[in-house]
Each structure stands twice: as C-alpha cells, then as structure tokens.
Design a protein around this ligand. Structure first.
Ligand code: ADP
Length: 625
C-alpha cells in the first residue's frame, strides 16, 4: 500500500468523524438560536401580559374611584381632587366655597365700629363697638370677624397686650372658619402674633391645624402660611424650627398641587375634549408632573372632574399585586415604555425586571450544558481521530519497513549463498591445494550455512508469529543449560571473528517453566546482534541471575550502542536503526525476542548509550501462572 493511499484513507476517516461533528455543531447552533428566539418571544409575551394585566388593574382601580365618587363614599388615598363641572369648566375646591354671612346684629355693630375707626378716626369708640359685636356674635364667623377688627383697633389705641390676647384667641379659631377670600381666620391671628412678637407656639399650632384640615386650601392661604412660616424660621427658637420646616415642606407640596389644579382648570377643555353632543369622554387623560390621571364623570351632586395621583395608584397596585413587579407610569413616550391601551390614552408604563425571571437563568444553564456536551463530543472526536491517525501512521511505517525487509532478506540470502557457492566451486576445482587453506574454505562454507539457517529460522519463526501459529511448549527448563547450548551453537562463529564470550551463570538456579527452543533462539538473536553491533570491540558477556522473582538473561556488548530515542523502536518488527545500515539484518531479531518474552509472561529491555555498548535483559518470571 503506498503513502498516498494511506493519506486518502486518513482523510476519509477524519471526514467520517469530523463531518458528524460539524453537523452536530451546526444543529446545536441552530437549536441554541431557536431557544434564544423562543426565550426572547417568551420575554416579549411576558411583557405584553404584564402590560395588559397592569392596564386592567389600573382601569379596575380607576373604575372603583369613579364608583366611590359617584356613590359619595370616602375615596381612597389616590384621589387628589374632585370638583363639580359645568360644561368644560370646573371650580377649584376653594372657589365658590360657601361662607356663612354675618348675622344681622353682629354685622350692624361691626359696620358701626368700622365707620368710627376708619372714617372718624375714633379708635377707642371703635373698640367698644367691636367688643359689642363680639358679644352679639351668634356664630363662629361673626366672632372671628369681630375679633380681628377688635385687635386692630386695640393696637391703634396703644393697648398692645390686649390686642395680643385677642389675636391669640383668633389664632385658636377652628380652621374651617374662613373669610370670603378663602383664608382661615386662624391664619390672620397667627400672622399678627408673629409680627407683634406674640406666642410663636400658638402661631405654629394655628398653621398646623389649618394644614391638616381636610378641606383644600386656596393658593392665597398657602402663600400666607408660607410667609408666616418663613418669618418664624428667622425668629423662632431652635426648638420650634423642625416643626416650622415640616410646615414649610407640606405647604410647598400643597402649593404645587394647587397650582397644578389651576393649570388643569385652564387646560381642561383640551385634556378632556367633549364629543360634539357635549358628552364628556370616557377615558382617563394623563396630566402634569407629578402625574395625574384625570377624568370626568358623575359625582353625587352631578357631573364632576376628578384627578387621581399616578404615584399613589402605583403604590396601591404594587401592594395589591406584587407579581406584577416594578413599574413606573409616565405620560408621553420614553425609551422602553409601552402604551396602556385606548382607555388610558397618553399613559405609558416603564416595566422593571420581571419578578418571574428565572427563565434567563435556565437558558444560561442549558447553554452551558450544550457547550459542555459539544466539548465532550469534540474531545472524543479529536481523540478518536488522533488514535486513527496514529494507527494509520504506524501502518504506513510498517509498510515501508516491510518493503525494506524484503530487500534486506534477499540480500541476506544472496551473500552467504554466493560465498558458499564460490568456496565450494573452488574446492571442486581442486583449489587451493594447501590443506590449511582448504580447511579455511570449508569453515567459511559451514559458517555461512549456519548463518543462513539462523536467518531462515528467524524468518520462519516470524511468519509463524505473524500468522498467530507460533505455539510454545512450556516445561520446567534449566536455563543454564539452554544458555550454554546457545553459546556452543555460536562457538564457531565467535571464534572465527575472534570474539571472547564471557559466560557468567548463577549456580543453583531452579528450573523455570519455559520453551527451551524458543529461549535458545531468543538468546541466539541477542548474541548475534551483540556480534554484529560490536564495532571494534571483541568482548561479549552472557549472564543469568535471579532478580525480583525473575530469571534474568543478560547479553552485554561494548559495541556501537543505541540512541535512547530508538530504545523502543528497535523492538518493532522490521525496524532497523539507520546506524545499522552497514550491517546485514532484516529487522526481525528483536521483535522475535519480544514475542518470546511476552509469551513467557516476561519482557525484554535495553540499556544503552551510543558508543558505550548495550545490555539487553530478558526477564522471565520464575513462578509461571
Ligand atoms: P537486525 O539486527 O536484523 O537489524 P533486530 O531486530 O535484531 O534486527 O535489531 C533491530 C535494530 O536494533 C538493529 O538494526 C540495530 O540497529 C539495533 N540493535 C540490536 N541489537 C543491538 C546491539 N547489541 N547493539 C547496537 N544496536 C543493536
């Protein structure tokens, strides 16, 4: 088989292994992509579902608010405002607030007082009139009114302390008693107290009671509170300052709300456009910052506009349905936001991560699993390809060696045969005449024919081994006798080439179960190698000893030695070292020795360095199984 064909076979084998792997890789990639697409679709669907759910929840909640307002029930915390509408306008809650008119008796006393105080400049008389009005007061509004004026006229007459007393009482007026400007009288009291250096604590109490009252305050009242509180910050003692700050911040947020309401009032026709028949829209419009949802609908007293705080709604829904995860309502388009449907135009939601997100974790895990499986398949493929490649390479090498073997054997056969023939013909022709020379010719003929028969024996032995027909007859064997017989067989050849064979056999070696002929052949192979590769050296040792439960046969020469890189390969069939090129041989000797050693459950090893000789050890176990 030539090299090219082997290459083709190797390529084919690689293809057979590589192709399925590539197909597998392709399939995996397709599968992974599909899975990712699926996960993406699922995530999209999940988003869609959450958006729908959220839309539904919001509508439910807003419907509930509508119903509560219509039924006149106490609304939830999300309702910022509800105001009756007429066509496209509505009144802010502080507008058109009904202020109880002064009772007639108090009114006439107050008007008389005013005339005296303002037109006739008789403050002392005015004081009396106002005090009279106070006596005549029938309702809190009368009283607060009279007190405010009484304080002012007392101040004008220089009775500051009495005035402060009145203002303090005025500051304690209930918060829902206001003048026709929508400003609670208590605030006037507080303002005067702060301006005249009266009790700051009473002023603060007044501000607080006004602020916590549920009726919404007019912006003018809120500005007044802010002004009083700002004055208090400047002058108050540190103990009160944290309370003042609280008041300032809640005033600020109420002012924002009041202003947003005024803005809504201006914009209402645009935000909730009516149908041509004048009916209000069904939907909820989004408006302002902070975001409100605004709608018109039925309240107890008739049609009304109501505004709901998106912030409060968000919190409420999140509390009720934690599975919806985090979200934020916005008006107008923002990246990543989604519309919430026709019933909530302009309202969008930005979703936070889904609370049911382990999906992506599972995907990552399955990717890892796929990657690991692919890596395992790839590793197996590469390993298989490598093993295959190695086998093919080995076969290519054996093929090359076998070709070399045929030529070596032919050469090996031809050399002794031609020598034998040449010497035999010479002898037949009666040459040489001298008996010594004739003996020498005969010796050569014998020597060459022995070499020939050893070679043939090796070839035959080898072909038996190759066919698997070599059998061994194991018997208790005296190895010393076997080694001596081998030495004897080579005696002539050794002597011819002036070799000195030193035999060192351990006495009292118990018999070992072995095939005597096979062992002798192995030893002969080792000894002939020692002769062949001795170079200029003429000393060979043959030893036998017991070591670690083994009988070890040792053949040592002091010849050319072997490169350590070749120590393994020399035992392969047909292998011949390049350094042995000038020596005859077929590359069979050591592979036969190896086979025999293995058949005996033993092994053959070499220790050698180039130029320092070689020692071959054939170890046979003493205890045969
Ligand atoms: P052959 O001797 O016919 O070439 P072998 O199988 O007996 O085949 O030996 C294989 C190779 O091992 C030889 O070609 C030679 O290079 C190397 N070799 C074997 N024995 C020795 C030795 N005693 N000294 C040096 N080289 C050796």
């Amino acid at each position: 088989m030539n090299k090219g064909r082997h290459r083709r076979r190797a390529a084919l084998a690689l293809l057979v292994i590589g192709l399925p792997f590539l197909v597998l890789l392709g399939l995996t990639l397709v599968l992974t992509r599909q899975e990712r697409d699926l996960a993406r679709t699922q995530a999209l669907e999940d988003r869609q579902r959450r958006v729908e759910m959220l839309g539904r929840r919001l509508r439910d909640r807003l419907d509930a608010v509508r119903l509560q307002v219509a039924a006149g029930l106490a609304p939830g915390p999300e309702l910022v405002f509800v105001g009756p509408t007429e066509q496209n306008s509505f009144a802010a809650p502080w507008e058109n607030r009904f202020v109880t008119p002064l009772s007639p008796s108090a009114r006439s006393a107050i008007e008389a007082g005013r005339r005296l105080e303002l037109m006739e400049d008789r403050a002392a008389d005015a004081v009396r009139r106002y005090a009279r009005a106070l006596d005549l007061a029938k309702q809190p509004g009368d009283e607060a009114h009279a007190r405010l004026l009484l304080g002012r006229s007392l101040l004008k007459t220089g009775r500051e302390n009495e005035a402060l007393g009145e203002y303090e009482k005025l500051a304690a007026t209930p918060p829902a008693i206001w003048d026709d400007q929508g400003i609670p009288f208590a605030l006037y009291g507080a303002e005067r107290l702060v301006a005249l250096g009266g009790s700051q604590a009473s002023a603060l109490d007044a501000l607080r009671s006004v602020l916590v009252h549920p009726d919404p305050l007019a912006p003018s009242a809120l500005y007044l509170i802010r002004a009083i509180a700002t004055d208090l910050v400047k002058s108050s003692d540190p103990q009160l300052s944290s309370r003042v700050q609280e008041i300032l911040s809640s005033t600020a947020s109420l002012l924002r709300q009041a202003n947003q309401l005024l803005e809504l009032k201006r914009e209402i026709a645009r935000i909730l456009p009516r149908a041509p028949d004048g009916s209000p829209p069904d939907s909820w419009a989004s408006f302002g910052d902070p975001l409100w949802l605004v709608a018109s609908g039925q309240a107890r007293q008739g049609e009304a506009v109501f505004a709901v705080s998106a912030d409060a709604l968000e919190q409420e829904i999140r509390r009720q349905d934690p599975a919806l995860g985090n979200f934020e309502l916005t008006s107008g388009w923002e990246p990543g936001s989604e519309a919430l449907g026709a019933a909530l135009p302009g309202l969008r939601v930005k979703l936070g991560p889904s609370p049911a997100a382990p999906e992506s974790g599972r995907l990552v895990a399955s990717h890892w699993f796929l990657a690991a499986s692919l890596a395992a398949v790839l590793a197996a493929t590469v390993a298989a390809a490598w093993l295959l490649w190695r086998d093919v390479r080995r076969e290519v090498r054996v093929t090359e060696l076998r070709a070399q073997f045929v030529s070596s054997v032919s050469h090996e056969l031809r050399t002794p045969l031609s020598a034998i023939r040449m010497y035999a013909e010479s002898l037949r022709m009666g040459r040489p005449r001298e008996p010594e020379a004739r003996d020498e010719y005969l010796d050569t003929i014998i020597n060459e024919s022995e070499r020939l028969s050893r070679l043939l024996e090796n070839v035959l032995e080898f072909s038996k081994i190759e066919r698997g027909e070599r059998t061994y007859r194991m018997e208790p064997t005296d190895l010393s006798a076997v080694l001596r017989s081998a030495a004897r067989a080579l005696e002539y050849a050794l002597q011819q080439r002036a070799f000195r064979l030193e035999v060192d056999l351990e006495d009292a070696m118990p018999p070992v179960r072995a095939d005597a002929d096979a062992i002798e052949q192995a030893v002969l192979n080792l000894l002939t190698n020692a002769m062949k590769y001795s170079g200029d050296s003429r000393h060979i040792e043959l030893g036998l000893e017991q070591r670690n439960g083994h009988a070890v046969i040792r053949v040592r020469d002091q010849g050319i030695g072997i490169d350590p890189a070749e120590h393994q390969r020399i035992f392969e069939k047909y292998y011949r070292s390049p350094s042995a090129a000038r020596t005859t041989g077929a590359g069979l000797g050591l592979s036969i020795v190896t086979h025999i050693a293995k058949a005996h459950g033993g092994a053959v090893t070499v220790e050698s360095q180039p130029g320092k000789g070689s020692t071959f050890s054939l170890a046979l176990p003493m205890e045969q199984r």
